[in-house]
Design a protein around this ligand. Sequence first.
Ligand code: CA
Length: 235
Amino acid sequence: MAGPRILVVEDEFSISEPFSRLLAREGFDPVVAPTVSEALDEFTRQRPDLILLDLNLPDGDGRDVAREVRRESEVPIIMLTARGTETDRIVGLEIGADDYVVKPFSSAEVIARIRAVLRRAPAGEEEEAAEDREPLEVRGLRIEPASRKVLLDGEELDLSRKEFDLLAELAYASGDVVTRDELMSRVWDENWFGSTKTLDVHVGWLRKKLDDDAADPRWIETVRGVGFRLADPNA
Ligand code: CA
């Protein structure tokens, strides 16, 4: 019986060939697509359970693949990015990728990420329970878990799924610090053990959307080495 189908969008044969063999050995069902057009064809034809997506492809940009896929599917996407291209990572996550790994990556790390991302999709019961929470209002900030809406001074904010989850975790902690580990396990995955840089990236976006200043926060305070908290509602 074939395991989860993984679409590997990667034009470098020296990466895709050994990696897809490893995926097969680990019980996955790999499909390789070396171009944007083949990736979109295979996505439609094979309905993968997860997409590993390289950014630089011979006929275009991996982000275009992600955008197209996101029009019709919430399938998990892990971006493969070149080392040191911070903006690539940010844009990758912004367009709806679930995670990224930096090249050159270790196969073991990518397989662990794939397993982690697959475990948390689709939304489990725990997540539904979180959405049963009562709406919360902190100063001008209103969070409505049932509809996953956030309003700031009456204006709806356009938050990604992760940004919403992150903000909700902080808001429902009622001014207590939420540790980095807690945020990683609740918003990303319970067995997370990799880099937590993605957390800082998402906090950065959330601040931007809240028009908040990390140096003088109105909303999200950094508790250095520990985690984050929503600034004291009574302060
Ligand atoms: Ca490439």
